[in-house]
Ligand binder design. Structure first.
Ligand SMILES: NC(=O)c1ccc[n+]([C@@H]2O[C@H](COP(=O)([O-])OP(=O)(O)OC[C@H]3O[C@@H](n4cnc5c(N)ncnc54)[C@H](O)[C@@H]3O)[C@@H](O)[C@H]2O)c1
Length: 394
């Protein structure tokens, strides 16, 4: 069995999710395309890196990502750091001939994402951007129904991503609230997952018309460390600094194929946890998905008998996408970890079989172009056409 050595840069929230996927992938998908070996994990200092290696099962640790990128034993560089370091690490990794998986958003803006896309294209390495939610089996099932024409021509996509972990003004000013590190706020952090759904399920977005708001203009400063996602309280006594990114946005969208829709995201919606949803209606039916009930796809077909028309629940299982590798009984429970396991499986398969994998850096770049256009539209108060947007550096 082929083995691929992983150098993972970052040992926070996503470091945990990716390490779990490296360990778990061959347990679900066997024979695995290759067995990922957790070779080296990097964090900002030796203590954090050693702790990450102990927790996440890596053989080695380092506080110098450049050394790991240069290590000839490493096959894959996995970027799970905050957004401001994705480009520098990815470009160096591409030059060193490593295959690269980067967390989303690919970069802080489209111009930066373009430099990463150019680097992987020149190097000819495999590249993936980690929009893992599309690998929830129920989402892949929606894609299958759409491709089979089961809901006909798509007319409308409504997508939301609502959370509440930053609704408390005393939740800290982590890197996620600083433009120089994150690039944007709820838009890049969670809105990009909905944009990925929209492009994956419906097609390319051609125009946006957005509003964006920063509801909480300053927050208690969090001095370094992994983002605690709003769980650090007692911020009343801590010095505050300005938030310079969006807390939430809503945009109308037009698709190149004529469909219309809306996309919104916020981290300030009390009561919502990981409310990542889409509802799509076409000429022959509708589909509804809510990540908080991720084993389920709600479906309604126009030709259902009149006395049985309405949404019904399909529970994903062995008969559905990725079912051959996952649990043997429908509704046994798909988790966040499984989406990362499937992502790892598809990425390693693309390396071993020398095929392209989606979403790749081109998708990550295109989503960055759309994100920049959303901010441009919100600032100017006008529709922005993607071909004419200032973000489009193609
Ligand atoms: N796909 C998803 O569902 C999802 C979910 C959360 C976060 N993310 C993305 O994952 C990335 C990381 O987010 P997170 O939530 O894990 O952040 P985090 O704050 O929990 O962890 C980041 C880690 O990277 C380390 N780090 C920072 N700079 C570094 C550097 N130069 N070299 C080595 N280590 C460094 C930090 O010390 C920390 O341990 C971000 O791009 C974020 O947008 C994706």
């Amino acid at each position: 069995m082929k083995k691929l050595n992983v150098g993972m840069i970052g040992g926070g929230f996503m470091g945990k999710a990716h390490a779990l996927a490296y360990a778990g992938m061959p347990m679900f998908f066997w024979p695995a395309p290759a067995v990922p070996h957790r070779h080296t994990v990097v964090d900002v200092n030796d203590q954090l890196a050693k702790d990450a290696a102990d927790r996440l099962g890596f053989e080695h640790y380092s506080s110098n990502w450049r050394e790991v990128v240069a290590n000839p034993d490493i096959d894959i560089i996995d970027i799970v750091t905050p957004n401001d370091s994705h480009a520098e690490i990815a470009i160096a990794a591409a030059k060193a001939g490593k295959h690269i998986i980067s967390e989303k958003p690919l970069a802080r803006n489209a111009a930066e994402a373009k430099t990463m896309l150019d680097a992987v294209n020149v190097a000819g390495v495999k590249h993936m951007v980690a929009f893992n939610y599309r690998r929830t089996p129920a989402v892949a099932l929606a894609k299958k129904y759409i491709e089979e024409g089961r809901i006909g021509k798509i007319l409308n996509f409504r997508g939301t991503y609502l959370q509440d972990w930053s609704a408390d003004p005393n939740s800290p000013l982590s890197w996620r609230f600083q433009k120089k590190i994150a690039g944007s706020g709820a838009l890049g952090d969670i809105g990009t997952h909905v944009i990925d759904f929209a492009r994956y399920l419906v097609g390319e977005i051609s125009d946006v018309n957005a509003v964006a708001k920063t509801w909480i203009p300053e927050r208690p400063v969090q001095s370094g460390g992994a983002d605690k996602l709003g769980t650090v309280k007692g911020g009343e006594d801590v010095p505050k600094a300005a938030v310079d990114v969006d807390d939430e946005f809503t945009t109308l969208v037009k698709f190149a194929n004529g469909a219309i829709g809306s996309i919104e995201a916020t981290r300030n919606a009390w009561g919502r946890n990981n409310f990542l949803t889409f509802e799509i209606h076409g000429e022959k039916g509708s589909l509804y998905f809510n990540y908080e009930r991720r084993d389920e796809l709600q479906v309604c077909f126009a030709d259902d008998p009149g006395d049985a028309k309405g949404f019904r629940t399909v529970y994903t299982g062995p008969a559905h996408p990725y079912g051959e590798g996952l649990w043997p009984i429908p509704a046994l429970g798909i988790g966040y970890g499984e989406t990362k396991i499937i992502e790892t499986y598809d990425f390693l398969k693309s390396i071993v079989e020398d095929t392209n994998v989606s979403p790749d850096f081109l998708d990550g770049y295109q989503i960055a172009v759309i994100s920049d256009a959303i901010l441009e539209s919100a600032e100017k108060g006008v529709w922005v056409n993607l071909n004419k947007s200032v973000a489009n550096v193609r």
